[in-house]
Design a protein around this ligand. Structure first.
Ligand code: PMP
Length: 381
């Protein structure tokens, strides 16, 4: 099997599984309990948060452990919107955000009367700083722009947007960093990000683990109410083993980024180069300023799902659009926003790599793809 669907989810590191099991059995105390087992577990949670902060170079931030990025995006946007709705009810977001952002914003619009300005993207999937600037109003309270798009890999100008927002002290900056972490360097602190979302299972951690990184002093109304765990921002007995496993995955993938990112990049470049020369294939990932692990291409006229299953027969696993939308069988919303048209948006395949990949995957991938494309094209004639 060649697993090329790493933007959907990744295989957990063996050490992450070990640490999860050890923590679950040895530190099963409730971190809120006052006895020794509780205190030790609480210290372990704190150590996990410290380790994440150290690895990501965060001095002035708190870590709120969540069940993943969907919860972190909801907690960030609803929490900040509710806390600041007396100051204004306008939010700015890119038009190609993940549904955990867009659906959350739609809910704020429908239920509480927020207004959202969606920033358009160009043909390569980039937001422009000029559009962000033009969209800012006196009642804007949040700007939410993802770091790396999960379907096409375009890298947004986060540092520049953060720089612009430094002149607007009343606007909070939220970044969905799910596809960018340890793939594309970003200093959360330097970019002036107030709220930043990460998800463990996208970097060889476990599903059901993630975090919202919150700049100290940022007021959020808790999405999940109850006990006073996690400084009152996220109620519920903490998932200690999940938090420790997340810290482990952050650490190990930081090491992999340092040691192996260049070979992932080489794999992407080799694949892109071959795909460019393949009849019937159109590349949707921008040639520049795109993440090293995502390649999106279309075979116009061919149903992406059919091609996906033909590749699967050869032991190659890819995805059509993002995994969470794949079962809807709709054209890619991201590609439509990029003005690629219905045909390209209905025939797109995403290949997403992990740290184990090198340019060696090019041959087996092309050996499976080319005859499949030729066969499908012939059937269409
Ligand atoms: N944001 C982005 C950019 C994603 O790619 C995903 C996963 N598809 C999510 C958010 C949601 O992540 P999770 O599965 O951890 O809820």
């Amino acid at each position: 099997m060649i697993y090329l669907d790493n933007s959907s989810t990744t295989e957990p590191y063996e050490k992450v599984l070990d640490v999860y099991k050890q923590t679950s059995s040895r530190y099963f105390g409730n971190p809120s309990s006052l006895h020794r087992l509780g205190t030790e577990t609480e210290q372990l949670l704190e150590a996990a948060a410290q380790q994440i902060k150290k690895t990501l170079g965060l001095k002035n931030y708190d870590i709120v452990f969540t069940s993943g990025a969907t919860e972190a995006n909801n907690a960030a946007l609803k929490g900040a919107a509710w806390a600041n709705m007396n100051k204004g009810r306008h939010i700015i977001a890119s038009a190609i955000e993940h549904p955990s952002v867009t659906e959350t914003l739609d809910q704020l619009t429908e239920l509480i009367g927020f207004e959202v300005t969606y920033l358009p993207v160009d043909q390569d999937g980039f937001v422009s700083l000029k559009d962000v600037k033009a969209a800012i109003r006196p009642d804007t309270i949040i700007v939410s722009v993802m770091h790396v798009n999960n379907e096409v890999g375009s890298i947004q100008p986060i540092k520049e947007i953060g720089g612009l927002l430094k002149q607007h002290g009343n606007i909070l900056f939220h970044v969905d960093h799910v596809q960018g972490i340890h793939k594309v360097p970003l200093s959360i602190e330097e970019a002036g990000i107030d709220l930043c979302t990460i998800s463990g299972h996208k970097f060889h951690g476990l599903k059901g683990t993630g975090a919202l990184i919150v700049k100290k002093g940022t007021r959020l109304i808790p999405l999940i109410t109850g006990g006073s765990q996690q400084k009152g921002v996220r109620a519920g007995t903490e998932h200690t083993a999940g938090a420790v496993s997340l810290a482990k995955a952050v650490n190990l993938s930081a090491r992999d980024m340092n040691e192996r990112l260049s070979s992932v990049e080489a794999a992407k470049n080799a694949l892109m180069e071959r795909l460019c020369r393949t009849d019937g294939v159109v590349i949707n990932t921008p040639a520049e300023n795109s993440a090293p692990h995502i390649i999106n291409f279309s075979v116009p006229g061919v149903k992406a799902e059919v091609l996906l299953h033909m590749l699967e027969e050869k032991g190659i696993y890819v995805s059509t659009t993002a995994a969470c939308s794949a079962r809807e069988h709709k054209p890619s919303r991201v590609l439509l926003q990029m003005n690629k048209g219905e045909q390209i948006a209905s025939s797109s395949i995403r290949v997403s790599l992990n740290f184990s990949h090198t340019a060696d995957i090019t041959e087996p991938f092309m050996a499976a793809l080319v005859p499949a494309v030729q066969k499908l094209k012939k059937m269409m004639r």
